[in-house]
Structures are given as C-alpha cells and as structure tokens.
Ligand binder design. Structure first.
Ligand code: PEP
Ligand code: MG
Length: 260
C-alpha cells in the first residue's frame, strides 16, 4: 500500500564492506528499485549520509569529540567529491527508468545546498539526462530557520525529525537517559516544522516528514494539521498510518496543531 518511497537511505549500500560500491553496482541497485516502483511512484534517494557516528572503513574520518556535530552527511560528500559524483551518476542513470528525486542530508547552510546542487547539475549536463527534483533534508535547526530562503531554490523539503529534534533540543537522539525527553512533538520542533511547511507552500514546494514521528499515531494528526504533504514511514506501519489519516478531519487536526 505504499504510494512512494520518501526516504531511501543509500548508506545501507555503503556500510559493512571494505570498499565503496562501484558506480555500476549502485546503478543496478537503484535501477532495480526504480523499476519495482514504476513511472508513477516516486523514490526519493538520499545521498550518502555517513560520518562520525556511521563510520566507513574506506573513508577515514579523524576521531571527533562530537561526531554528531562533526563531519556528517553533506559535509562528507563535499569533502569527497569522487564518492559524491560517482553516486550522483549512478542515481541519474537509474532515474531514466522511473520517477526519481534526490535529497541531500544534513544541510545547514545555503552554501552547502548550492554546492551540492551545482555538482548534481554538472554531472547531469555531462550525462545529458533529464532534470530530476532535488531537495534537502531539514534536520538541522538552521535549515528550518532559513526555510523561506531555501524554499526559493529547492524542489522539496523532507524533515528529518530524528536529527532535527536532537539538534533543536541539544539532546543526543540515542542517549539512554535522555530518551524520554528527546521528543519530536516538543513545541520547539513543531514550530520549526510549521515554519518549514509555510515556507514551502509559499513557493509551491512540497514537504515530507521522514523522521520516526511520521509513523507515530500521536504525531500523525499534528503533522497533518501542520500541512505536511507526505509521511514517510517504515514498512510495517504503512497501512496503520494510511487508515488513521483517512479517518482524520483536517479542521480538527489544524486546531490540534495550533494548540500544540
Ligand atoms: C532523521 O534524522 O530524522 C532522518 C530521517 O535521518 P536518519 O534517521 O537516517 O538520520
Ligand atoms: Mg538524519
């Protein structure tokens, strides 16, 4: 019953191996997924999101005191252009067979987004493939704060509430003792989601939520009320979330969201 893939975590292709997957190998995997979905169902492929907390043996990153605040996501990709360009070419080639969008992880500044998009466009022009939608993960508070600026340039936002919550509240998302307080429904996080959705709508962009709360029955009415266009959830809860959404009333969700 899934209508699309809102977050394809491409790092699974790269983890637990001694060398990076080749362009060919990546293309085969992406193309297989695209083929299964067909032309009408979108897959949003997230560019490689690794770094301090998800190390790769073939991509040495010096030990960091605060890996979550260090070389992660887009920072790693921009530092390793060969790795980045290889992945982009594989995605672009696979995109010919279906409906593919790409998004960049851990974007904190306009400069990072523009640099990533420029590299994507360079590879695309060189290959002569059609344009694909490019968006950003909103998972660093600065991206949500500047959503009105990003919205002028990106095709879509995908809100990564797992990281957005940890960076907004300054609480490690995996901390065993802080776990009860690392709450994606905290008013501060909800306000950032609201701001992001409003900015997107003002420029005709869509906003998805791909963090864990998208599949949380307590969060779903709030996200709908905030105007989120798409929920990306883990496979086992797709049907439950769809059933829940179909029973909701938009006006009530909006009231609830405003109160929260
Ligand atoms: C997130 O941060 O919410 C997200 C979807 O990305 P990941 O959980 O892979 O960091
Ligand atoms: Mg994240």
């Amino acid at each position: 019953g899934g209508e699309a893939i809102g977050l394809l975590r491409s790092e699974f292709l790269f983890l637990h191996r001694a060398t990076a997957p080749s362009e060919r190998e990546q293309e085969t995997v992406y193309a297989d997924i695209v083929r299964v979905l067909g032309r009408d169902r979108r897959v949003v492929i997230r560019a490689l999101d690794v770094g301090g907390d998800k190390p790769l043996p073939y991509l040495p990153i010096p030990r960091e005191d605060n890996p979550f605040l260090g070389e992660r996501g887009i920072r790693v990709l921009l530092d390793h252009p060969d790795l980045f360009r290889t992945q982009l070419r594989a995605i672009l080639r696979a995109s010919r067979g279906g409906f593919v969008s790409i998004m960049f992880p851990m974007i904190a500044t306009m400069g990072e987004w523009r640099a990533a998009r420029a590299i994507l466009e360079e590879e695309r022009e060189r290959m002569g493939t059609p344009r694909i939608e490019a968006g950003i993960m909103v998972e660093v508070a600065s991206a949500a704060v500047l959503a009105d600026q990003f919205a002028k340039e990106v095709d879509f936002f995908s809100i990564g509430t797992n990281d957005l919550t940890q960076y907004t509240l300054a609480m490690d998302r995996g901390h065993p003792r802080l776990a009860p307080q690392v709450d994606g429904l905290s008013p501060a996080v909800l306000r950032l989601i609201d701001q992001t959705v409003r900015a997107a709508k003002a420029y005709g962009r869509w906003t998805g939520v791909c963090g864990g709360i998208a599949g949380d029955p307590q969060a779903v009415p709030l996200l709908v009320g905030l105007g989120v266009d798409e929920l990306s959830v883990s496979v086992p809860v797709i049907r439950a979330v769809k059933a829940q959404v179909r029973r909701l009333r938009l006006a009530e969700c909006r009231t609830l969201a405003a109160a929260a």
